[in-house]
Design a binder for this molecule. Structure first.
Ligand code: ADP
Length: 239
């Protein structure tokens, strides 16, 4: 991401949601994005993932300049090269677990690899759930399905937006451990927006946003360090 700005509105009422943000996410690493409410976390994620276009600056995914693509091209890129995990799971209720997991392959017109499906189901403890519907599963299980769906295309990067926000503490811990394993064992790249310092502590690297800018960066953050930084940023930029 190079000098990325995103402005909403015009003139005196304009808001700079992102203000010349530059950062590089190293492949095979786990990055947490934190910051007070309104600091630009969602905008950062949306621009980085090609869900939205910056007002200025460049977003590169490998050699592809995402910021110059048209919406249809960005949609293809999102389907084939990016995985998404959302707070609300966003599974399709009428599809089985197996159909939900393989949906990105169907949308991309790619053949499913039974071996990979089986391995992912095994890794995520879903083998005996594949024929269930999402409504028959707990929140933690539904989020495991969403992780499998994100991993099935072997994407270059997975973006997770508050993935533990709707889960109890035990399920949250389990989901964070699975995301960590995806980085350590499968060499996936994960970028996760979170307001939870405990969640951020599983990352290799935390970016702290404030008023649309990167205010701090911490390697291997502890929950205490993340909590203190967040409190400092909230004091500096009350919302
Ligand atoms: P966060 O995710 O950290 O809470 P956001 O990225 O959602 O922050 O928002 C950053 C700033 O941009 C906030 O001031 C917010 O009000 C503003 N903003 C976000 N989306 C829009 C929009 N669609 N229209 C106008 N302002 C927006």
């Amino acid at each position: 991401m190079q000098e990325v700005s995103k402005r909403y509105g015009q003139g005196a009422g304009a808001v700079a949601a992102l203000d010349r943000v530059s950062t590089t996410i190293a492949p095979g690493t786990f990055t947490a994005v934190m910051g007070p409410s309104g600091s630009g976390k969602s905008t950062f994620l949306h621009c980085a993932a090609g869900l939205d276009t910056p007002t200025s600056g460049r977003v590169l995914l490998g050699a592809t300049d995402v910021s110059t693509l048209r919406e249809a091209q960005r949609a293809v890129l999102r389907r084939t090269r990016i995985g998404f995990i959302f707070q609300a799971f966003n599974l399709l209720p009428s599809l089985t677990v197996e159909q939900n997991i393989t949906l990105p392959l169907r949308l991309a017109g790619r053949r499913r690899d039974e071996g990979r499906l089986g391995q992912l189901a095994e890794r995520l403890g879903l083998t005996d759930r594949l024929r269930h519907r999402p409504s028959q599963l707990s929140g933690g299980q539904q989020q495991r399905v969403a992780i499998a769906r994100a991993l099935i295309t072997n994407p270059e990067v997975i973006f997770a937006d508050e993935p533990t926000g709707a889960l109890d503490a035990d399920a949250a811990r389990e989901i964070l451990a699975l995301l960590r394993q995806a980085v350590d064992d499968l060499h996936q790249t994960v970028v996760m927006v979170t307001h939870d310092p405990v969640a951020a502590a599983v990352s290799d690297h935390a970016l702290f946003l404030a008023k649309g800018r990167i205010a701090a960066q911490v390697a291997s953050p502890t929950p205490d360090a993340a909590l203190r930084l967040l409190a400092d940023l909230r004091r500096a930029a009350p919302c």
